[in-house]
Structures are given as structure tokens and as C-alpha cells.
Design a protein around this ligand. Structure first.
Ligand code: ATP
Ligand code: MN
Ligand code: MN
Length: 387
């Protein structure tokens, strides 16, 4: 083993988009704790969330393990609260505030309820205050649920099971077949967490484009029909592209919400030969129920399937680099890029474009490297954007 550093002092830049943040880092004990506090703040809708996220992100970028408070000297984004939590963990092995959060009924219920696809913090909080604690309470409460939430409840277990890279690749093959059937020459690119090298994700994100600008228009409904005709979609909601309408008549781009033609969906991924052992609970369910059909899935046979969340986004070729940068994440890295652009460069970055407020013009880019260059940032490859 390497000798432990005694007083390792590292300086890091203040914006996450100026730092390299690998997937595997040296401070998981501390970042896990801070991420719980970020979640707790999110559940009670207070400002603490981004503060804790930024603090955790700084520790993720450190090339060594923090072993004492001196190690924190010169680091940005570590406020009084974060330092107190870190100190407690270094001294006692755990933070009382984090333990209390993890054990609180509110945290556990909010975690379970926001884990339902289609349920945000506001809805979960309202349900919590009405006494609901778990998705099964929601199902039996008689609340009117929208289609997204119905799908979210129906596929709750599957959607809360991590999606593996192998499953993402299998979905990629299906999407590729669909896209090429309805628009030959179109390209699909795996983005989101998997592009950053994550071994699992909560969903699978794809960008779809065509090198001939304009050919991609109206592509999504055709792809969706192709998939639906083959029974591959359990749920989908398609939004059309509203970018031009939003931009029309104003010199400045609208805001950071992106407006691509896109589809938030749930795929039905066949798992040939997987059997019930893939779902530990399936065997139990089978024993408990005479009916061997659970939520549409048949257990105890030689085939099985899994519900997987998939985001499909269609982008015009001229906006592809911006869309790729915007959909690769991490979410904090993206937020920091836009903060950097606005505060340090008087520019406005979205998943569609980069606008320079001083020159009063859009800056073009055909790859991510050009966007970093426009922003005066060193290029950070996707696997080091795990901020
Ligand atoms: P996970 O592995 O858990 O899916 P992820 O990094 O892929 O992690 P996503 O929520 O899938 O997380 O989002 C990927 C990226 O896509 C985010 O960084 C975010 O910037 C972008 N994104 C997600 N949803 C939207 C949206 N509705 N509009 C615009 N951009 C979005
Ligand atoms: Mn994702
Ligand atoms: Mn996504």
C-alpha cells in the first residue's frame, strides 16, 4: 500500500466545469453523506441542495482521500455546514445529521414517493402530508393519477432497479433498428451517464440526428409508431420541437429548458432465458399468488422482461454538438457550464446553442471541443464530467 499523505493540500478551481471529475474517486464516504444532505434539502425544497452538491463535487475531484481538516485548505465550495459534517465523519466515522435524515420517516417516504416516475418533490410532499408513505399507499388511496404516474406505479420495481450497460446496449440496438427503418442515414448516439462511463444508470439517453439538416424533422412520431407496432413501448410521451417558436421575435435564446423533439418513454426489454431468479421477489410472489401474472409479467417461465426508462431526443445536425454536451451531464457539470458561461463570459449556453451577449451573435460549433474553446475552458472528456 502507498504511504498515507500527511498533509496533502490541493487547490481546485471554483467551477465544476474547470475540474476533472472521474467516476471513481477517493472520498465516497464523505460525498455519500453530503449527497444525503442534498437530497434532504431537496425534499424540503430549500436552497441547501446545490450547496451540498457543490461541496460533494469538489471532494469527488480530489486526487487523494481526505484524512484531516488540513486537507481541505484551499478548496472552494466548502461552507461552514459542509465542513462541520466532514469534521464529524473524520472524527466519529459518521454524521449525526446524516444518520437522522436516513432514519427519518419523512426522508424515507419522500425517497420512496419521488422514486415513482412522474412524481416530483411537490406532489410527493403533498402526499406525505396526507399520510402516504409508499407507492402502495398511493395505489390504494384513490388519488387520480396521470398516465405517467400510473406507469410509474405499475413499473415501480423495475424502474428503481439500475439499468446495466448491457441492457443499455440492447436498447440501443432496438432504437437503431427503428430509426434506420424510418429514416435511413440517421444516426443514434448513447449519451447521459453511460457516455460518462457509468456502469449503470436510472435510464438510457439517446440523441438522434441526420447529417442532412431538415431530414430529422418529424422523425419521433415515426420511430414511436415503429416501436409501438412491435409492442416494445410500455409508455411514451412525445413533445414536438418548439425551439423556433420560442426563439422567434427575440434576439436572445429563451432559457435553459431544451425544446427538442423528444420522447420520454418506458421500453419493454425482453430478457430471454432470464427466468424469475433475476427478480428475487418474483419467486416469492409466485408462491404467494395462484395467478402467475404479476403486473403483466409472467414469472416462472423461461422468458422474462424488464421495464426500462429511455429518453429519446431528436436534434438538427447544426445543434448536435450543443445537444451532445447538454445531454451528457452530469447535471451539476451542466449547471456549472451555464453558470460559467453567464457569469464569466457573458454568454448563454443551452442544449441548442451558445449566444455571445457582447458580440450579440450565436457562436457555431460542430463538436464539443469547439464549445469548450468558445467558453475559454480546457476540454474535459465525458468520463471526467462526473461532477
Ligand atoms: P443516470 O445514469 O441516473 O440516468 P444521467 O446523468 O444520465 O444519470 P439523466 O437524468 O438521464 O442523468 O440526464 C442526463 C443529462 O440530460 C443531464 O445532465 C441533463 O442535463 C440532461 N437532461 C435531462 N433531462 C432533461 C430535460 N428534460 N431537458 C433538458 N436536458 C435534460
Ligand atoms: Mn440518464
Ligand atoms: Mn435521462
Amino acid at each position: 500500500a502507498e504511504p498515507r499523505p500527511i498533509a496533502m493540500v490541493t487547490t481546485l478551481n471554483g467551477y465544476a466545469c474547470q475540474r476533472r471529475t472521474p467516476l471513481q474517486h477517493h472520498n465516497a464516504v464523505l460525498t455519500d453523506a453530503l449527497l444525503v444532505l442534498a437530497e434532504k434539502a431537496e425534499f424540503s425544497e430549500n436552497e441547501g441542495r446545490s450547496v451540498a452538491l457543490r461541496a460533494a463535487s469538489v471532494l469527488k475531484a480530489l486526487p487523494h482521500t481526505v484524512i484531516n481538516m488540513e486537507n481541505l485548505q484551499g478548496l472552494p465550495c466548502l461552507g461552514e455546514h459542509s465542513q462541520r459534517v466532514i469534521k464529524e465523519i473524520l472524527e466519529d466515522g459518521k454524521s449525526r445529521e446524516v444518520e437522522a435524515a436516513l432514519h427519518s420517516e419523512q426522508y424515507q417516504a419522500m425517497k420512496a414517493l419521488t422514486g415513482i416516475f412522474g412524481v416530483g418533490v411537490k406532489t410527493a410532499d403533498r402526499w406525505f402530508r396526507e399520510g402516504l408513505r409508499h407507492p402502495s399507499d398511493v395505489a390504494s388511496s384513490g388519488h387520480r393519477l396521470n398516465h405517467t404516474q400510473q406507469a410509474g406505479i405499475q413499473h415501480y420495481d423495475d424502474l428503481n432497479m439500475p439499468v446495466t450497460k448491457a441492457e443499455a446496449d440492447a436498447i440501443g440496438q432496438i432504437v437503431k433498428e427503428a430509426v434506420q427503418a424510418v429514416l435511413p442515414g440517421a444516426e443514434i448516439i448513447l449519451t447521459g451517464g453511460f457516455r460518462r462511463g457509468k456502469p449503470t444508470g436510472h435510464d438510457v439517453d439517446f440523441l438522434i440526428t441526420h447529417p442532412e439538416e431538415g431530414k430529422e424533422e418529424g422523425l419521433m412520431p415515426k420511430v414511436v409508431s415503429w416501436l409501438e407496432a412491435r409492442g416494445l413501448l410500455l409508455y411514451q410521451k412525445t413533445n414536438r420541437n418548439s425551439y423556433l417558436e420560442a426563439t422567434e421575435g427575440s434576439a436572445r435564446p429563451p432559457n435553459n429548458m431544451d425544446r427538442f423533439e423528444r420522447s420520454f418513454s418506458i421500453f419493454r426489454l425482453d430478457m430471454p432465458g432470464a427466468g424469475p431468479e433475476r427478480h428475487p421477489q418474483a419467486a416469492l410472489l409466485e408462491q404467494a399468488q395462484d395467478d402467475s401474472s404479476v403486473g403483466g409479467r409472467r414469472v416462472g417461465e423461461s422468458w422474462d422482461w424488464k421495464a426500462v426508462r429511455v429518453d429519446l431526443v431528436v436534434t438538427p445536425f447544426s445543434q448536435f454538438a450543443f445537444a451532445l454536451l447538454g445531454w451528457t451531464g452530469s447535471q451539476l457539470f451542466e449547471r456549472e457550464l451555464r453558470r460559467w458561461a453567464g457569469q464569466e463570459k457573458h454568454m448563454s449556453l443551452s442544449s441548442h446553442a451558445l449566444y455571445d451577449s457582447k458580440q450579440k451573435r450565436y457562436l457555431r460549433a460542430s463538436c464539443e471541443e469547439e464549445i469548450f474553446a468558445h467558453l475559454g475552458l480546457e476540454f474535459i472528456p465525458p468520463c471526467e464530467r462526473n461532477a
